[in-house]
Design a protein around this ligand. Structure first.
Ligand SMILES: Cc1ncc(COP(=O)(O)O)c(C=O)c1O
Length: 378
């Protein structure tokens, strides 16, 4: 075997020894698994209006966008979704990308130059971390959810352009960032605040407008919001929302917009239909809030130390990576899908089950899933 492949085999063996191998498991269409692993928080991925809108656009446009919007043309579906996203999120304008990952790369790279100081929360998602890296700017990782630490670092660099990057609801622990306090710090120092609202759009704020709206920062001229369209909107794609001049800048310069095939019109149309439902889905948000409380009560009663989720993500620490894998596998064998997060996907090096609540799961199935999680615990 060639040397480089042997080296890869050795690395795979050491990952396996540490309990850090990953496996692709088959998923059948229409499987009956109770889903506490996916991010379809509002249960919209299979909503009839979403499927109908997507099918209609599929007929009209075919499978893919067939090129970037600048080269092949910008469809009405893309423009209509962007207008409604901007309106919903309270931003001047919005631009759709083909994933949340690419939206984050594009937004941060556009905001940070080599002179910029970037401050990135220690628990930020990989896409934000990579955005900081490709910007080429000096990036300082700041303690998690700590506006005082951000303030001190900005004070130590007076006059230097600065960008502070955070999630609103954090993707593994499900806690919420102190956005209002962070914005107080950034606005007083003339810094920009980038918020990845991936796990809060559709869930927090008025009409589910997100964590930034909940913190009353929607439309602030020094705040840029990013989000994925793959979670509460049940589809795929990403969005950057902010001042019109910034969106114009992205269209002209963002490599992950310009050099990437646009998200398929059929997906965009489905996401747009999901957005229309999500804006009026206070009933689904109420179900999620009740389920969050029930989950915390049930798990605490069973002796687990779980924090109350800010939205619909919560996690339960496992004794180690192998125990987390076995716990998730036992749940799956009993028909319940849960997330299993191990290093390097966890910010603090722990291993854990991540539970993502889904308003589309039937009440009785949800109650049974909680029993299964407790009964399968290591
Ligand atoms: C916080 C956060 N940001 C960005 C992303 C990436 O979004 P996408 O899956 O659309 O690339 C994810 C996960 O998918 C996420 O959890």
């Amino acid at each position: 075997m060639a040397g480089w492949l042997e080296a890869l085999e050795r690395l795979a063996r050491s990952r396996a020894k540490a309990g850090l191998s990953r496996q692709l498991r088959p998923r059948a269409a229409g499987d009956q698994v109770v889903d506490l692993a996916g991010n379809d928080y509002l249960g919209l991925a299979r909503h009839p209006a979403v499927i109908a809108a997507s099918a209609k656009a599929l007929e009209g446009y075919g499978l893919g966008a067939t090129g970037s919007r600048l080269v092949r043309g910008s469809t009405d579906e893309h423009a209509a979704l962007e207008a409604d996203l901007a309106d919903w999120l309270g931003a001047e304008q919005a631009l759709v990308f083909s994933s949340g990952y690419l939206a984050n790369l594009g937004a941060i790279r556009a905001l940070a130059t080599r002179e910029t100081l970037v401050l990135s929360d220690a628990y930020n998602h990989a896409s934000l971390i990579d955005g900081c890296k490709i910007s080429g700017a000096e990036t300082v990782v700041v303690p998690h959810a700590d506006p005082d630490a951000v303030s001190a670092l900005l004070d130590a660099a007076p006059g230097r352009p600065a960008v502070v990057v955070t999630e609103s609801v954090f993707s593994v622990d499900g806690d919420v960032a102190p956005l209002a306090a962070l914005h107080e710090v950034t606005s007083a120092r003339g810094a920009l605040l980038v918020v990845d609202d991936a796990h809060a759009v559709g869930l927090l704020g008025p009409s589910g407008a997100g964590g930034v709206a909940a913190a009353r920062l929607a439309g602030a001229p020094d705040v840029v919001v990013t989000a994925t369209l793959s979670k509460s909107l049940g589809g795929a794609g990403g969005v950057v929302a902010g001042p019109a001049a910034f969106i114009r800048h992205l269209v002209d310069t963002s490599r992950t917009f310009i050099y990437d095939t646009a998200p398929p019109p059929a997906v965009v149309a489905g996401v747009h239909a999901a957005l229309r439902v999500a804006r009026h889905a206070d009933d689904r948000r109420a179900i999620l809030a009740a389920r969050a409380e029930l989950t915390v009560r049930r798990l605490r009663a069973a002796g687990f130390d779980v924090a109350k989720p800010a939205a619909a993500v919560l996690s339960v620490v496992a004794p180690g990576p192998e125990a987390a894998v076995a716990w998730a596998a036992d749940c799956r064998d009993r028909g319940v899908a849960v997330g299993c997060f191990r290093p390097p996907s966890t910010p603090d090096g722990s291993s854990r089950l991540r539970l993502t609540l889904n308003a589309g799961v039937a009440e009785a199935d949800f109650a049974r899933a909680l029993d299964v999680i407790v009964e399968c615990a290591p």
